[in-house]
Design a protein around this ligand. Structure first.
Ligand code: NAP
Length: 299
């Protein structure tokens, strides 16, 4: 029998805490990144039961972990244990990546950066001077709204089924952005309103952050079948299962450039790895892994 010598006392330890974690694809990505970069490291998912978050965080810190990801339901709660957070975490009130250094814990949120890198790569587009419509007002909408508003968009309109949530998101993001000198960039309207139809019509980029259309409810879409896209619009769906949602099929049929959330998932993980390892991985080095990972997601 061949001995397995992959893990030793010198192996860099990283991981994920959350509950549930059974369906996570992050170990495939992170362990592949370690292999690809030739780094002796490992990424282990850890299911943390209700009420055990503090013990889990202290345990990872005491065990010499270099860093770890945080997923549902601990992204907000974990902030209590962090020594420093970056601007993004402050704005979002949630962290998905923690770096351990000495006896300190540093919090980051990589969703915005991951989305931005994926959007540029998948669509070839950017946000400078653009009108952007965000469908949804949950955690993902907040991360993307805040990010897009800081990279030169002219206006970001948050469009949600429950209008109060869109309003709250938009007001919160505007408040923080204005305090940082970005100006008032976000607005809000109710989905299924005349205002939403008008706002969507003039958007350069439409981004779905709702879960409408996600497997298994693949016949759902946040926009009705008679919605008319303009062919110049770019339509991005953060959902990656299915690879082509009903919304994306609709937009593609109208001649729009479209992309799904597989790239975002890939790059938010890459960003976490870069933070832990203190490196930037150039795009050309990631090309093969990115296509293998996207194939794996589609299986
Ligand atoms: P969330 O906080 O629960 O928010 C869900 C949003 O979807 C809410 O705005 C909700 O509207 C809206 N919604 C749900 N069903 C709808 C329907 N049938 N019609 C219209 N709107 C509907 O969720 P989240 O954490 O932001 O995640 C949202 C999606 O993003 C999920 O599909 C998730 O898998 C995906 N995601 C992808 C990535 C990636 O890397 N690609 C990363 C994170 C999340 P109400 O406010 O009216 O309820």
């Amino acid at each position: 029998m061949q001995l397995d010598t992959r893990v030793s006392g010198k192996t860099v330890l990283t991981g994920l805490i959350g509950n549930p974690i059974e369906h996570t694809v992050s170990p495939v990505l992170q362990n592949s990144l370690f292999s690809m970069m030739g780094i002796d490291g490992i990424y282990i998912p850890v299911k943390v039961p209700d009420g055990m978050l503090e013990d889990a965080v202290n345990g990872l810190k005491a065990s010499g972990f270099t860093g770890f990801n945080v997923t549902i339901p601990y992204k907000e709660d974990v902030l209590r244990f962090l020594d420093e957070i970056n601007e993004e975490v402050e704005l979002l009130g949630a962290a998905n990546t923690i770096r351990c250094s000495g006896d300190k814990l540093y919090g980051y949120n990589t969703d915005g950066d991951g989305f931005l890198r994926a959007f540029r790569e998948q669509t070839g587009g950017g946000f400078e001077g653009k009108l952007v419509g965000i469908l949804g007002a949950g955690g993902t909408a907040r991360a993307l709204t805040a990010k897009i508003a800081t990279v030169g968009a002219e206006k970001v309109t948050v469009i949600n089924r429950t209008p109060e949530r869109a309003q709250e998101l938009s007001l919160n993001v505007n408040r923080v952005l204005e305090a940082k000198g970005y100006g008032k960039i976000t607005g809000h309207v109710a989905l299924d309103s005349k205002e939403a139809a008008d706002a969507l019509e003039e958007c350069d980029v439409i981004i779905n952050t709702t879960s409408a259309g996600m497997y298994p409810k693949v016949d759902n879409s946040p926009l009705s079948d008679d919605f008319k896209f303009r062919r110049e619009q770019i339509v991005y769906d953060v959902i990656y299962n299915p690879a082509e949602t009903k919304l994306l099929a609709h937009a593609k049929k109208s001649g729009c450039r479209t992309a799904n959330g597989a790239g975002m998932l890939f790059y938010q993980g890459v960003r976490a790895f870069e933070i832990w390892m203190g490196i930037d991985i150039p795009g050309n080095k990631l090309r093969d892994l990115s296509s293998e990972f996207i194939k794996y997601l589609a299986e």
